[in-house]
Structures are given as structure tokens and as C-alpha cells.
Design a protein around this ligand. Structure first.
Ligand code: NAD
Length: 281
């Protein structure tokens, strides 16, 4: 069994991205990322802080637009319009979830697709589905990068994606399909989850339910990628996979923490640098 070390790979990627920022700097370009953070959700605040720190390390200028949870949708849209037209900002992301009175779809659709470094805008979703270049959501992109770093070719593999959200499961499914895997996608209404996971060469789970994937649900020699983030009663961060019992059966597995999480942030930086390169054309 080999651990897929997302922390180590993300550190290497950040060093490479810093070099790319430095080269952009020679053309007078400092890549810029604007983040919109609404409300005081503790997890969102932590993620935004991590993103800010990572931007610093990669030579990316970042600005956080902090707004109270009572902010109107109009004000958020105004801020997005301002960012869309700011030539010094290459990427914009809206930290989700947003408060209930805000229409998340309207907010995402207001982002300029060329600055949509989270890859959530329908324009970029469509390009991903069609197999065209665009911005791809950071978490599934990070999974693909981790697999390719360890020379795991998904072509011809039977893959099972568990979780079908717009930001994790669905783009993961499309990336795998585009790379030649045969993909099963499961969700809350799947009749018999084990029937799907058990036959897969590659199981990718992003649900948010501790111990959802147990040893009996995974075949011998499988590759297991755990995207889930859960806090135990003792305050430990764990994934969706019963790691201790599943890992001995796997050829490869990601740990939580230290697997997909750091790769997600590295891909956000990479997407921002990619957007900054558009200033050169
Ligand atoms: P979500 O709530 O939007 O979607 C969860 C998905 O899981 C849904 O499709 C739902 O149908 C499915 N699901 C729920 N219960 C299920 C069950 N019992 N069996 C099968 N499927 C079930 O969540 P999300 O935003 O997609 O996030 C999923 C998980 O991934 C969360 O733990 C989140 O914290 C984590 N996450 C991690 C990263 C990272 O960088 N590592 C990034 C984003 C999300």
C-alpha cells in the first residue's frame, strides 16, 4: 500500500508556481485573487485564511472582501462587478456556503468566466463536460493531479465516485470520463452503495460522512481517494473512509488530512496563475 502524499506534492507545486509568478513579474504582472467571504462561518474563515497564506507563498496578491451575513445579494453582485472589471485581479472566488437569503447560482453566474478560478460558472462547467480547456473545480482537479503524479493512469479503470455535488462529485466524474475511465456515480439515493464501490478499481469519495466507506465495501488492490472532511467528537479531522481498516487492502490511498485538501489549495493557486497568463495574450 502506498500513501498518496498530497501535502508533499502541493508543496512542490507551490514552489513551481512561485517561479511562474516571478516570471510574470518580469512583465509587470502580479497575479491577483479576490475572495468574497460572507458571514462568520468558522470553517469558511479557516479556509479563507489558508488560501490567503497559500497565495502569499506563491507570489499571488490576494484581497478578501469580508461581508456580514446580513449583506444583500445586490451588494455582493456589485462587488463581483467591480472585481470583474479590475485589471489587477485575475481570479475571483466566492467562499461557499452563502447565507440562505442569497441565491448562490445568481452569484456564481455573475463571475466573469475568465476569472472563475473555482470553475463553478456554467460556462466552465460546460467546457469541462465537453472536454474543452477552461477552469476546472480545484478539488477534483487536485485529485487528477495527484493520480498523475503517482503515474496512475485512469484510462480503462472502473471508477466509482461517491457524492454528486456540483463542486466535487460531478466534475470528478467528468474528469475521469474525459481521461478514459468507466465511471459510476453514487449519491444519497443510491440503492446499494456497496454494490457500486465493491467492483471499482478506483473509489473516490466526497460526501462528508465519517466511516461511510468501510473495509467490506472496497475490493482488494483498489485505489481509494478520500475527499471528505469531518470533525470527530474529539476534534480530530478525518475523511469519509475508515482509513485504518481500508488502507491495508489498497494499492494506493490518500490520508486525511494531508491528501486531497492541500491539493485543492494548490490547484486554486494554479488556476489563478493560469488566469494571470491571460493578461499576456
Ligand atoms: P454536499 O453536501 O454538497 O454533497 C454531498 C454529496 O454526497 C451529495 O451528492 C449527496 O447526495 C451525497 N451523499 C450524502 N450522503 C450520502 C450517502 N450516505 N451515501 C452516498 N452519497 C451520499 O457536499 P460537498 O460540498 O460535495 O462536500 C463533500 C465532502 O467533501 C465534505 O466532507 C466536504 O467537507 C469535503 N470537501 C473537501 C474538499 C477538500 O479540499 N478536501 C473540498 C470540498 C469539499
Amino acid at each position: 500500500m502506498q500513501i498518496l502524499d498530497g501535502k508533499a506534492l502541493s508543496d512542490t507545486i507551490k514552489i513551481e508556481l512561485k517561479k511562474q509568478s516571478d516570471v510574470l513579474g518580469l512583465s509587470g504582472i502580479t497575479p491577483g485573487l479576490a475572495v468574497i467571504l460572507v458571514g462568520d462561518d468558522a470553517a469558511s474563515q479557516t479556509y479563507v485564511k489558508m488560501k490567503e497564506k497559500a497565495c502569499d507563498s506563491a507570489g499571488i496578491y490576494s484581497i478578501i472582501h469580508k461581508m456580514p451575513s446580513t449583506i444583500s445579494q445586490e451588494k455582493i453582485l456589485e462587488t463581483i462587478t467591480m472585481i470583474n472589471t479590475n485589471p489587477n485581479i485575475d481570479g475571483v472566488l466566492v467562499q461557499l456556503p452563502l447565507p440562505k437569503h442569497i441565491d448562490t447560482t445568481k452569484i456564481i453566474e455573475a463571475i466573469d468566466p475568465k476569472k472563475d478560478v473555482d470553475g463553478f460558472h456554467p460556462f466552465n462547467v460546460g467546457r469541462l463536460v465537453a472536454g474543452l480547456d477552461g477552469f476546472v473545480p480545484c478539488t477534483p482537479l487536485g485529485v487528477m493531479r495527484l493520480l498523475s503524479h503517482y503515474t496512475i493512469d485512469v484510462k480503462g479503470l472502473d471508477a466509482c465516485v461517491v457524492g454528486a455535488s456540483n463542486i466535487v462529485g460531478k466534475p470528478m466524474m467528468n474528469l475521469l470520463l474525459n481521461a478514459g475511465a468507466t465511471v459510476d456515480i453514487c449519491h444519497i439515493f443510491t440503492k446499494d452503495l456497496k454494490e457500486h464501490t465493491k467492483k471499482a478499481d478506483l473509489v473516490i469519495v466526497g460526501v462528508g460522512k465519517q466511516n461511510l466507506i468501510t473495509e467490506d465495501m472496497v475490493k482488494e488492490g483498489a485505489i481509494v481517494i478520500d475527499i471528505g472532511i469531518n470533525k470527530t467528537a474529539e476534534g480530530r479531522i478525518v475523511g469519509d473512509v475508515d482509513y485504518e481498516n481500508v488502507a491495508p487492502k489498497c494499492t494506493y490511498i490518500t490520508p486525511v488530512p494531508g491528501g486531497v485538501g492541500p491539493m485543492t489549495i494548490a490547484m486554486l493557486l494554479e488556476n489563478t496563475i493560469k488566469a494571470a497568463h491571460n493578461r499576456l495574450v
